[in-house]
Design a protein around this ligand. Structure first.
Ligand code: HEM
Ligand code: HEM
Length: 140
């Protein structure tokens, strides 16, 4: 049970880097005036999966800590990082869904979506960093 959360969050974070790579292709087209190929369908498909798994994984992490240590939060920095991620995940999903539902030429919404998601990925990497120490000190 203790291994489930770290493993799926790690996989989701790796997939998140891939989604960011796909999004970067769009950024080059929209903001740098360069030519690139943006795989819209894969970006949306994997983007949704990453957000849903991160959110589900957050709940799993809370449940794991609750049932193992009898209370939560135990790991303060990791728990706070997760709480900060929540609004960014909601904004990522919402702005992404709006742009996917009605395709048209946009500037600001993709820019907000892109900046929001750069921060989101930074936070996920911070979770990887703090989570690594939990694994090493409390699980292994
Ligand atoms: C880890 C999650 C995600 C990351 C890192 C990410 C990153 C990005 C980036 C960097 C761009 C380019 C923005 C720009 O050109 O300024 C982009 C565009 C886009 N993203 Fe995401 N995204 C994520 C999740 C999602 C989700 C969940 C959806 C849909 C539900 C989505 C739909 C879109 C669409 C439709 C565009 C193109 C918008 C347009 O050109 O009008 N993304 N994304
Ligand atoms: C990316 C790699 C990550 C690793 C290696 C990791 C590792 C861990 C570990 C070992 C625990 C202790 C409970 C358990 O083993 O299930 C934990 C708890 C937790 N994790 Fe993660 N995690 C990661 C990412 C994330 C992310 C992305 C989020 C949020 C979206 C998150 C949210 C939480 C929360 C809320 C707890 C409960 C903390 C508490 O109540 O003290 N983790 N994590």
């Amino acid at each position: 049970m203790l291994w489930l959360h770290p493993v799926i969050q790690l996989l989701a974070t790796i997939a998140g880097l891939y989604v960011l790579f796909l999004g970067w292709q769009r950024f080059k087209i929209l903001h740098l005036g360069k030519q690139a190929r943006f795989d819209w369908k894969s970006h949306v498909f994997w983007g949704r999966i990453v957000i849903i798994v991160w959110l589900g994984g957050l709940v799993l992490g809370k449940i794991a800590v609750n049932s193992h240590w009898g209370m939560s939060p135990v790991f303060l920095r990791h728990s706070q990082g997760a709480m900060v991620m929540v609004p960014f995940m909601l904004i990522a999903y919402l702005t992404g869904s709006v742009m996917d539902r009605k395709k048209k030429k946009r500037f600001w919404l993709p820019a907000v979506h892109g900046a929001n998601n750069m921060i989101l990925l930074g936070l996920a990497l911070y979770q990887l960093y703090t989570g690594y120490f939990i694994v090493v000190n409390f699980i292994l």
